[in-house]
Design a protein around this ligand. Structure first.
Ligand SMILES: [Zn+2]
Length: 156
């Protein structure tokens, strides 16, 4: 949004608004993906709640990587990954778009590197990690909840 800030104050209002709209347009794809991730997260949380799971925190700042759900009592961290942003290997959504290939490749590779780092750190702290991919959640939500439930049951 620096373009908006840089403009002198006396510029007509309409002009500034147009700048804003253009900037919004360039962010559109990014934002729509983000909101989709969030809605997948909501699907999982609602299903987990309906299945009687309680006592989890959402995006806890106290846990590295701010997992989408953390069951501290069981030391289970849940990550719900958008296939696109995290580079899913098992569905078409993980494929890099044909334009700006290097930009997306780098961005997704950085996300994957971060995912690996976070997983290593959490494992070292004794966490068990569940990664639920967007395509799994959309394809078979009960199976995802089942995997989560199994982990919580395994707890000594
Ligand atoms: Zn996928």
């Amino acid at each position: 949004m620096s373009g908006v800030e840089d403009r002198p104050y006396r510029y007509p209002r309409r002009d500034r608004r147009e700048t804003f709209i253009v900037a919004e347009g360039t962010r559109k794809s990014m934002r729509s993906n983000k909101s989709r991730d969030t809605s997948i997260e909501m699907l999982v949380r609602r299903a987990a709640w309906a299945a009687g799971m309680r006592g989890y925190r959402v995006h806890s700042r106290l846990v590295i990587g701010r997992p989408d759900m953390v069951f501290s009592r069981y030391k289970v961290a849940v990550f719900i990954h958008g296939c696109y942003w995290h580079g899913c290997q098992s569905c078409g959504r993980g494929r890099i778009p044909k334009t700006n290939v290097s930009y997306w490749t780098e961005k997704i590779a950085a996300n994957q590197a971060r995912d690996r780092y976070v997983a290593e750190q959490l494992s070292a702290q004794g966490y068990r990690i569940v990664v639920l991919w967007e395509c799994e959640v959309l394809g078979d939500l009960p199976a995802c909840v089942g995997r989560l439930r199994a982990l919580l049951r395994e707890h000594p």
